[in-house]
Ligand binder design. Structure first.
Ligand SMILES: C[S@@+](CC[C@H](N)C(=O)[O-])C[C@H]1O[C@@H](n2cnc3c(N)ncnc32)[C@H](O)[C@@H]1O
Length: 207
């Protein structure tokens, strides 16, 4: 179980999300938390701790719920760092506060802007100092394949790309189906769908 400061922020965000789900018309779509489920957070937390992950890249941060689970997992690692991207400035303000309250802001570097543009710049500029252990894809569903292809060279061999909303909501299956076909035809990737909450695709880079 995460440390109590972290847990109380996670619970606060879970309460916000529950309220939004029960009162869908009261909150603008653009202001909704739209976070991974708690079990998915625990799942990635266990995975990242066991991988001894240090460098994480997140595409689609929202208010920082998944980021806090990741931060908890890397908090015992020397030089642990999460780069997380979002284009919505209001979400970024809320995430900053959540990271601060959880005591993990020192582990997080927020990048504001369009994810594909930011990733392309990272890929162009990087001499692969940023060799990520784990990348989490959770932004606009129609661009998952582009995100995957852009981050793959920045993932270390043995690193994992996780992608959310593979099974649910069903309206996203028109994007997740081609994503699954794309990742599974890559001979350097071993990939599996984990049927937890909204469905996670875990893709391991073999070499
Ligand atoms: C599902 S939410 C992320 C939830 C977060 N990973 C969590 O579990 O707590 C998706 C986020 O992606 C952001 N987003 C969508 N399209 C984007 C894009 N093209 N560039 C950057 N951010 C984007 C949205 O602003 C939103 O905050």
């Amino acid at each position: 179980m995460p440390e109590s400061k972290i847990n109380s922020v996670l619970e606060r965000i879970e309460k916000q999300e529950k309220f939004e789900q029960e009162n869908p018309r009261e909150i603008l779509n653009s202001e909704k938390v739209l976070a991974i489920g708690r079990n998915t957070g625990i799942f990635y937390n266990i995975l990242l701790q066991n991988m001894k992950a240090k460098k994480i890249l997140e595409i689609g941060m929202s208010v920082g719920y998944s980021g806090i689970w990741f931060a908890d997992a890397i908090s015992n690692q020397k030089d642990g760092k999460i780069i997380t991207i979002d284009q919505d400035i209001k979400k970024i303000e809320r995430a900053k506060r959540n990271f601060e309250d959880a005591g993990v802001y020192n582990l997080v570097e927020i990048r504001h802007g369009d994810a594909l543009q930011i990733l392309s710049e990272m890929a162009d500029n990087s001499s692969f100092e940023e060799f990520f252990d784990f990348v989490f894809i959770d932004a606009d569903k129609e661009r998952y394949i582009q995100y995957f292809d852009t981050v793959l060279p920045m993932l270390r061999p043995g690193g994992i790309i996780g992608a959310d909303n593979i099974l649910f909501p069903e309206r996203f299956q028109k994007f997740s189906t081609p994503y699954l076909e794309h990742v599974r035809k890559n001979p350097n990737i071993r990939s599996v769908t984990i049927p937890i909450d909204n469905g996670e695709e875990l893709s391991l880079k073999l070499s």
